[in-house]
Design a protein around this ligand. Sequence first.
Ligand code: ROI
Length: 163
Amino acid sequence: MPAERAWIGLGSNLDDPPARLRAALAAIDRLPETRRVATSPFYRTAPLGPADQPDFCNAVTAIDTGLEPPALLDALQAIEAAAGRVRTRRWGPRTLDLDILLYGERRIAEPRLTVPHPRLHERAFVLVPLAALAPDAYVPGRGRVAALAAAVGDDGVEPWEAA
Ligand code: ROI
């Protein structure tokens, strides 16, 4: 199976967030042509955007996949839909968010999909878990994950269990 390494960001702040992430990982394990190779710890993160919403549970998982980016996006959106994704307002609470953060070192600029994820380099809730998994991964146009993570710091990000 020809496969490329991709990194997926997971986030939830509704309906038992760690259970939502565990279910999403199980669903990713059932994707065709796809093998999950590593997953970061779960983190409790302060909401970016409106502050009057619950903390998020965030994590990052690495997969080797033969699905091309549009097919992978379709598959992740189907998992979000099956989770009964509720999204009440822009930057508001959600049951499950799955984002393609990186797909190899490809740069993709399509109406449906921008890779690397356009705000990845400025978000501690993405960079802390990504750096735990793949500090040496290269973010095209931005640099190495470890350097990006060091630049944003880890304010508002702690192990999920600590709270
Ligand atoms: N804030 C945090 N901490 N984690 C997220 O996954 C997240 N996702 C979002 C917004 C609402 C922007 N804020 C977030 O989509």
